[in-house]
Design a protein around this ligand. Structure first.
Ligand code: PHB
Ligand code: FE
Length: 329
């Protein structure tokens, strides 16, 4: 695999047929019509539904290419090298590998981000929110009409301090206009009572995480509610399906907080199916470092994603120094 980094900026040229721009970076060019995206690359053309593509692109952009692999489907995606990023077609798909139609090019992360962000902004029409559940937003299809930059630029929430402590950012409260989601109408909204020992006033706090999550306006977009050392607690509210197949570069933990999610697990290198797992409220899973996974949530549910942000873990798992599973039995 060629690991030279391409530092070129993207180009955007108008396409009179449907009103969208055509984006070119390195050897790739991205074109959209009313229903589909077409990605031309030196060994062929990849085609996908533009709604699926924009939902996946939204996560790739919002998460800064995330941990490891962001597979838009079994064929197209990105790999984060933390500073540079691979864009690939078929490089982790046994069929493309054997046909020799796989292709991968490495880009400077900032240059690729600028390209993908510009594409997402130009290709997202008024009334379509790529972060929303399909039942809560309009259609992605048709010729270009307006935009939805308010949705496309939604920032995930980061607590300044432990939520509820003096000086926190008051995440998702009535005051900030976040209302309880239609599917979480039964979630109690009362906050815990905190009784502090003398001398510790203002240092102790607690909050109702279920109430917080019941007000999430987005799906499949982990916020960060606490960071302790390299441990990040990323709670999220999920409905319909995870728009990407995440290929791990480290072990990642899931704690199902409410309802249920079915996970489709595949081999990271070949996309061969490995398991289907249904997690119900209270179930905990450690997703191995050598798989990809996609979640399906038939009703809005609450999930805690627990990430180990220790720098260099990707190399230690990638080299085989660390076993891909959290425990061996
Ligand atoms: C994951 O890939 O592990 C993931 C991403 C977003 C979510 C949940 C899980 O909302
Ligand atoms: Fe994941």
């Amino acid at each position: 695999m060629n690991t030279a980094i391409n530092y070129d900026a993207h180009r955007a040229t108008p396409d009179a047929r449907y009103g969208y721009q055509v984006f070119t970076i390195g050897s790739f060019s991205f074109t959209r019509d009313e229903y589909f995206v077409r990605v031309s690359y030196p060994k062929g053309t990849y085609v996908s539904d533009v709604g699926l593509f924009l939902r996946a692109m939204m996560r790739d952009v919002a998460w800064g290419f995330f941990y490891g692999w962001v597979n838009f489907d079994d064929v197209f995606g990105t790999v984060n090298h933390y500073g540079s990023v691979d864009v690939f077609v078929g490089s982790y798909n046994a069929g493309y590998q054997s046909a020799g139609t796989d292709f991968c090019e490495r880009f400077d992360a900032n240059k690729l981000y600028d390209c993908f962000h510009a594409l997402l902004s130009d290709w997202t029409n008024e009334g379509f929110d790529p972060f929303a559940a399909p039942l809560e937003t309009g259609s992605p299809y048709g010729s270009k009409h307006g935009n939805n930059d308010a949705a496309v630029n939604f920032q995930r929430e980061l607590a300044e301090r432990f939520v509820g402590s003096p000086g926190d950012t008051e995440l998702r409260t009535d005051a900030r206009g976040f209302t309880v989601n239609r599917q979480f109408a039964d979630v109690p909204q009362d906050e815990p009572e905190v009784h502090t020992e003398p001398g510790f006033e203002g240092q102790l706090s607690a909050f109702n995480l279920f109430a917080y999550l019941s007000r999430s306006p987005v799906t499949w977009n982990p916020s960060i509610a606490s960071v302790v050392g390299q441990s990040a607690y990323c709670p999220t509210s999920e409905e319909h399906m995870l728009p990407i197949l995440h290929g791990n570069d480290r072990v990642e933990w899931f704690i199902q907080l409410s309802d249920e999610i079915t996970w489709q697990v595949a081999d990271k290198a070949t996309a061969a199916p490995r398991a289907m797992i249904t997690m119900k409220a209270g179930d905990i899973a450690a997703m191995p470092a050598d798989i990809s996974h996609r979640g399906f949530s038939p009703k809005r549910s609450m999930l805690l994603v627990w990430e180990n942000m220790t720098p260099g873990l990707e190399e230690r798992y990638g080299s085989g120094e660390l076993a891909p599973t959290a425990a061996e039995f």
